[in-house]
Write a protein that binds this ligand. Structure first.
Ligand code: PEP
Length: 249
């Protein structure tokens, strides 16, 4: 069985004052059974890890380099992430693919590096609006899945987040049927590649304008094991109901 995971991606948002949201989130989700991951900006990783030390909230990074150290200005290594208390790392988010030209091959190399460092790799894939309108959604998802998820992936080490690019931060959400179509396809592709036992253990998260108002419906969709949430993860009052909906799904 795949783990139920509610992951929050704070992106380039939040300073010291945002740490109080973690305390509030821990209080508001006490007793929740879903796993909770918050990925703050790198500047907050250590303090976020300290702030969530005695809570079920795990902290994750938003990217990593493939090298362990060296002349890579502005980058962060998996050693640095684990040293700061991170347990996981988002890789291949569409904003990194767009803003930094990250390819599937690079995302896969980063995921392999993350797995070697005992970090859970949250590998993001998803089609653009143009690709969906051209009827290429499954082809794109299949290609990205195959090329971004490393061969060594298991349910314990790797999570896949299906995030249609056109749904991220836009308030637009695919229909439940569209989400089901992609998630069922992804599970089938993982099964073909890894076998049923490993494939069924890999959590498939949906991401793109998830809110408390649509979370329960999305979590009821087949092969949806949780969500990767951007905007609605910034405030505990917005994210806690999503965690609760997942725990009750
Ligand atoms: C994201 O950035 O991964 C995301 C899903 O953002 P939002 O929830 O704001 O659409």
């Amino acid at each position: 069985m795949a783990r139920k995971i509610a992951a929050g991606n704070w992106k380039m948002n939040g300073g010291s004052a945002a740490l109080s949201e973690l305390t509030a989130l821990a209080e508001a989700t006490a007793g929740a059974t879903a796993e909770i991951i918050i990925c703050p900006p790198a500047t907050l990783l250590s303090r976020a890890s300290d702030a969530t030390k005695d809570t079920p909230i795990a902290i994750g990074g938003q990217d990593c380099h493939t090298a362990s150290a060296g002349a890579h200005t502005g980058d962060i290594s998996t050693e640095m992430l684990t040293d700061a208390g991170a347990m996981s790392v988002i890789l291949g988010h569409s904003e990194r693919r767009t803003d930094h030209g990250e390819t599937d091959a690079l995302v896969c190399a980063k995921a392999e590096t993350a797995l070697s460092a005992n970090l859970t790799a949250i590998v993001c894939i998803g089609e653009t609006l143009e690709e969906r309108e051209a009827g290429q959604t499954l082809a794109v998802a299949g290609r990205q899945l195959a090329a971004s998820v490393p061969a060594s992936a298991t349910g314990a080490t790797c999570v896949v987040a299906y995030e249609p690019v056109w749904a991220i931060g836009t308030g637009k959400v695919p229909t439940l049927e569209q989400i089901a179509e992609v998630h069922d396809f992804l599970r089938a592709e993982l099964t073909t590649r890894f076998g049923a036992e490993i494939a069924e253990g890999i959590s498939l998260l949906y991401g793109g304008s998830v809110k408390s108002s649509n979370a329960a419906d999305i979590f009821a969709v087949s092969n949806v094991d949780g969500a990767l949430v951007g905007g609605a993860s910034l405030k505990a009052a917005d994210f806690a109901p999503i965690v609760t909906a997942l725990s009750n799904s």
